[in-house]
Design a protein around this ligand. Structure first.
Ligand code: EPZ
Length: 421
């Protein structure tokens, strides 16, 4: 069993460089399927979700050439099947992008119902409705999703909820469809914009990404790309920002886009941290316990749900009571039980958590219940007195590249530990 052991407390200090965005890369990799040729991608994070995606693409017939750990060429000129293997696609959520991409280029796709972090019900009804609007027949049966069409045609799409996945999937399916597809009530997350930018770089005609109305003018075919660099990871940057403040440290976070981090900057500032923004880096410093702040998670540009566990952990040592309302996922407070083991005072009911700041956390064995909860456990370990051993770290490795090395570089006493069980 591999675990992460943190010996706290620790004051983080120095510089760290953020990797490419997981949630952009897991959409851009399948988006390359729309190109009958080669795509050259840079700043792709070397994380297990990406390695899993590469395996899926290879099983379909993609040829992948790694130039470095973060740069690759994907050749999709010889796709042999549009049926993705059940055991690979059922493991993670982003496999749903195969539907939009394969359907868009080949008119047929089959994947398992997507899995992913256990943070609440994760329906795909909005994805299916978008495909159906564009003229596809979609059947969900025996744990699989089957989509077929005799040629997609543009249609108006209006989402009932703001959804990142369905917005990107509708763009993927509409890129090669005949006519102009107008998609309304779209998600505005940076990774939605990045996928549209990538597709436009290979000849797609997508306008409005980053606003709530996106117009996709179908083109007949896409062309090969010279090179496209994935944006920096907003949530990894936010995780280091919060970790810096939580350890009363001083950290320069490089390769990030400060505009994407504004909701986190606003809440950190409100809690007493000093945040300085530069062109492509951000510095966070803090020298006291945080003041309590209230947070509501919302679609971008609101406070991201994917930063909620890390921020709640930071507030565990605040000087008062904070309230967090989780509006996106229905069960994203399960990790609070782990923080309580470490001495935190947190209670929650339904989608609202109350955090009463304490003066000390103590190290304890804890479990990483999902990706962001796992990052929160590392921050808690850095804040606590004594040893914190984090189990189930496979969740953390899904989305953070070299996280142990990066924290070590900032002065943390953190390492992997391996035992028989
Ligand atoms: C993406 O998930 C991210 N994953 C999640 O990040 C992130 O938490 C989420 O967006 C919100 O920002 C990837 O990009 C791979 P949604 P996604 O569709 O696309 C409801 C992480 O830690 N909904 O925007 O699956 C849904 O139940 C992960 O990196 C429907 O009702 O999320 C939720 O309440 C965890 N029907 C809301 O919309 C649908 O068909 C937003 O979900 C689709 C979604």
């Amino acid at each position: 069993m591999k675990t992460i052991v943190v010996n706290g407390p620790c004051r983080l200090q120095g510089e760290v460089t953020v990797s490419g965005a997981k949630n952009a890369a897991v959409a851009i990799l399948p988006a390359t399927l729309l190109v009958n040729g080669k795509c050259h991608l840079e700043n792709v994070p070397n994380i297990s979700d990406i390695r899993a995606y590469i395996q899926i693409l290879e099983s379909l017939g993609s040829k992948i050439e790694y130039i470095t750990d973060n740069e690759l060429i994907i050749d999709n000129s010889n796709i042999k099947t549009t049926k993705a293997p059940y055991d690979l696609t059922s493991k993670f959520r982003a496999s749903y992008y195969l539907l939009g991409a394969l359907l868009g280029r080949f008119g047929t796709a089959q994947i398992s119902l997507p899995g992913g972090c256990n943070i609440g019900a994760r329906p795909i009804d909005q994805h299916i409705r978008a495909f159906e609007a564009l003229g596809s027949n979609v059947i969900v049966k025996h744990g699989n999703v089957y989509a077929n069409s005799k040629g997609l045609k543009a249609a108006p799409i209006f989402f009932d909820v703001v959804t990142v996945g369905a917005t990107i999937n509708a763009i993927l399916a509409a890129t090669l469809a005949e006519g102009v597809t107008v998609i309304e009530n779209c998600a505005k997350e940076p990774h939605v914009v990045d996928v549209a930018n990538f597709l436009n770089s290979v000849g797609a005609k997508i306008k409005g990404a980053g606003t709530d109305v996106i117009r996709v003018t179908g083109v007949k075919a896409l062309k090969q790309t010279s090179s496209y660099a994935v944006i920096p990871d907003q949530i990894e940057a936010g995780t280091f920002m919060v970790a810096a403040a939580a350890t009363r440290g001083d950290v320069l976070i490089k390769n990030c886009i400060p505009r994407h981090l504004e909701p986190i900057t606003a809440k950190l500032t409100q809690s007493g941290a000093i945040v300085e923004e530069f062109e492509d880096s951000i510095r966070v410093s803090m020298d006291s316990r945080p003041s309590p702040v209230n947070i509501k998670t919302l679609p971008y540009p609101g406070f991201p749900t994917d930063m909620q566990p890390q921020f709640a952990t930071y507030l565990a040592l605040s000087t008062g009571s904070s309230m967090i309302v989780e509006n996106i996922w229905e069960s994203r407070f399960q990790y609070t039980a782990e923080l309580i083991k470490m001495g935190a005072k947190i209670s929650y009911h339904d989608r609202t958590a109350m955090i009463t700041g304490v003066s000390e956390l103590y190290g304890s064995p804890v479990t990483s219940l999902d990706l962001r909860a796992g990052a929160a456990m590392i921050i808690a370990g850095l804040m606590a007195n004594g040893y914190t051993e984090i189990q189930d770290i496979k969740h953390i490795e899904r989305g953070y590249e070299n996280i142990v090395e990066k924290f070590k570089q900032l002065g943390a006493d953190i390492s992997y530990s391996e035992s028989e069980e």
